[in-house]
Design a protein around this ligand. Structure first.
Ligand code: Q9C
Ligand code: ZN
Length: 631
């Protein structure tokens, strides 16, 4: 169903007189009806496609595309890649069925929920990708983006999994090859940039040389979802399909534009030139995006736009994007917009990536090239050492939670994040230069207030919301690596409290310490060993600033200064505008933050009054007293 007033009355010449490409967009609100049966929150939520659609409308780009409503997949097309059984099981999940019956079916699959509308949405998602791919193959459209859910790339021939019911992209590929030979599509390149391995798609074309499947994903030697060896680089296909399956398995999280573009430049693009596809289908999950709670990677909208642009050089630009994963609503909306702007070819791509690939990235790329060079001669050359010497060293992680723990934690905070609108997380203008430098330096962040409670502090690193009944959500740090070490210490400082609640955290209070040493008082502190980059992100968030600043609040020079002077004010002001150095531990400086006391006296008084703790007079006396007490 197309939105009223939207649909097909497009002119492709714009007001600027330039002619644009005919870009198809599929959006159908019906796919929002697939949801958890009891209203629990889940990262794969209806708002995912809504926010993308709204973003495209607000930016004025959907109006310049051909908008198609969803269309239902036919059983016989689904059966090109799925078993008859699987198609009929999904079909049977009708509205009439009771929730407990569906829950039983869902529980037999891995990471699947079902409600009365899941079946309809699944048929629409697959059918929509088929229809869009058909129109692009026919030449009626130049390219397009199917904003669909449930996603598809984990779905296997006889099994739903990983939030996927039908393998939308695989169905579309097989449809073109097997059902529409007259369209002349003989070779299809499927690119899967979702942060997870496209295990389903790999299986479906394992022995098929007509489909070159390329998946780049977080793998971590088989520890990342969907765990196991399927996503390994030595999985190259079999029989006639040998060499037509390419996996680029990241060994670590935090991969960003530099890593992905290196995989493009040194694997995908040379192979695509040799393969020379007739059309490209893109499993476009946006869960490798910066800010994604499940992916833990850092691809920016700029990064996605460059990757897409490079693919548009093939198959005369015939490319079809189908949404897969992507769970940070803001990130997926911005990344999608960046991609549609590339499809429209309406302006040069803007942005830059200054970072280098990780050392592990070069290792993976070299291993893939070596393995695949037997099939793709362009991969045979050894990469020059000048090139691979340009790398970001991997920090040594002393304590890190296991993958599943990390993901469980992410799932946990997500139930809030999917509901609440994450506060303006600007991901499109990331300056990485200062981050690169500060990410190599560790500090202890000594917390004395609510951040002593680890889950609460972790929100500043990993994003999320802890205090219940509060609208604000933290975006977290750019680098979501958990603290490398945690320990407790006591310091000779006075601890006192102001405000029983704050805008960011709601009820829970805000604690201060007096920055002057007071040997009579002992303040217990929890020390988190994090990078100086992360410390800046904590500072940004504690002071109500955005984390995408192109300069740090607290750089290396300031660090030196505070080690010497003990305490310094930050230029930007804000709540915790005073940084205090409490000494060193393992030769790493211990830093904490506290407000400059006079400047905040009034705010604290107001907090105490609003919190009903003290009358105004009493609060004034209390603060005066605390400030004037001899130390
Ligand atoms: N500890 C897509 O992005 N996570 N699917 C399960 C179990 C499942 C992701 C975690 C992630 C599925 C399309
Ligand atoms: Zn994914």
């Amino acid at each position: 169903m197309a939105m009223a007033g939207e649909s097909s009355n497009n002119n492709y010449g714009d007001c600027d007189g330039k002619s644009h490409r005919k870009v198809g967009l599929v959006y159908d609100e019906t796919m929002c009806k697939h949801d958890t049966p009891n209203g629990e929150d889940h990262p794969e939520c209806p708002d995912r496609i809504r926010v993308i659609w709204e973003k495209l409308q607000l930016a004025g780009v959907s109006q310049r595309c051909v908008v198609l409503g969803g269309s239902k997949a036919e059983d016989k097309h689904l059966q090109l890649v799925h078993t008859k059984d699987h198609v009929s099981v999904v079909k049977s999940l009708s509205t009439k069925k009771k929730d407990y019956r569906r829950n039983r079916i869902a529980s037999q699959w891995n990471s699947i929920y079902l409600n009365g509308s899941s079946s309809e949405a699944a048929f629409l998602a697959a059918g929509s990708v088929v229809e869009l791919a058909e129109k692009v193959a026919e030449g009626e459209l130049d390219c397009g983006y199917a904003i669909v859910r449930p996603p598809g790339h984990h779905a296997e021939p006889d099994e739903a999994m990983g939030f996927c019911l039908f393998n939308n992209v695989a169905v579309a590929a097989s449809y073109l090859l097997d059902e529409r030979p007259e369209l002349g599509v003989k070779k299809i390149l499927i690119v899967d940039w979702d942060v997870h391995h496209g295990n389903g798609t790999q299986k479906m074309f394992w022995k098929d040389p007509r489909v070159l499947f390329f998946s780049v994903h977080r793998h971590e030697h088989g520890g990342f979802y969907p765990a196991g060896d399927d996503g390994d680089y030595n999985m190259v296909g079999e029989g006639p399909g040998e060499g037509f399956n390419i996996n680029v398995p990241w060994e670590q999280g935090r991969c960003g534009d530099a890593d992905y573009l290196a995989a493009w430049d040194h694997i995908l693009i040379p192979v695509a030139k040799e393969f020379n596809p007739d059309i490209i289908l893109l499993s476009a999950g946006f869960d490798a995006a910066i800010g994604d709670p499940l992916g833990g990677c850092r691809v920016t909208p700029y990064g996605y736009s460059v990757m897409l642009k490079k693919l548009m050089e093939f198959a005369q630009g015939k490319i079809v994007l189908a949404l897969e994963g992507g769970y940070n609503l803001d990130s997926i909306a911005k990344s999608s917009l960046a991609c549609v702007q590339v499809l429209l070819e309406d302006k040069p791509i803007q942005g830059s990536s200054e970072a280098y690939p990780f050392e592990s990235t070069w290792r993976v790329i070299q291993a893939v090239r070596k393995k695949l060079s037997a099939y793709w001669p362009s991969l045979a050359d050894v990469l020059s050492s000048n090139l691979i010497d340009q790398k970001t060293p991997t920090p040594i992680i002393v304590f890190s939670s296991s993958d599943s723990e990390t993901e469980d934690y992410a799932d946990d905070i997500l139930d809030q994040m999917s509901r609440l609108n994450i506060e303006n997380h600007h991901v499109d203008t990331v300056s990485t230069s200062w981050r690169r430098d500060l990410s190599k330096v560790d500090v202890w962040y000594a917390s004395f207030g609510s951040n002593m409670w680890k889950p609460r502090f972790l929100c500043y690193i990993q994003g999320g919301q802890v205090s219940r009944g509060n609208k604000k959500v933290c975006v977290g740090s750019m680098d979501k690596t958990p603290p490398k070490q945690i320990m407790w210490e006591s310091f000779p400082h006075r601890l006192f409290f102001g405000r029983e609640s704050s805008v960011t955290w709601g009820v829970g209070g805000v604690a201060f310490i007096n920055p002057l040493t007071n040997l009579n008082d002992q303040t217990h502190m929890c020390l988190y060993r994090i990078t100086l980059e992360q410390f800046n992100d904590v500072l940004f968030q504690e002071n109500g600033l955005k984390v995408d600043s192109d300069s740090p609040l607290f750089g290396l020079d300031t660090l030196q200064l505070v080690e010497k002077k003990g305490s310094i004010p930050l230029a930007s002001g804000g709540w915790y505008g005073n940084i205090v150095c409490l000494g060193k531990e393992c030769d790493i400086p211990i830093l904490t933050m506290t407000p400059p006391s006079e400047a905040y006296a009034n705010t604290m008084i107001r907090g105490l009054v609003e919190g009903g703790r003290l009358s105004e007079e009493e609060a004034k006396a209390y603060i005066d007293n605390a400030a004037s007490k001899p130390l």
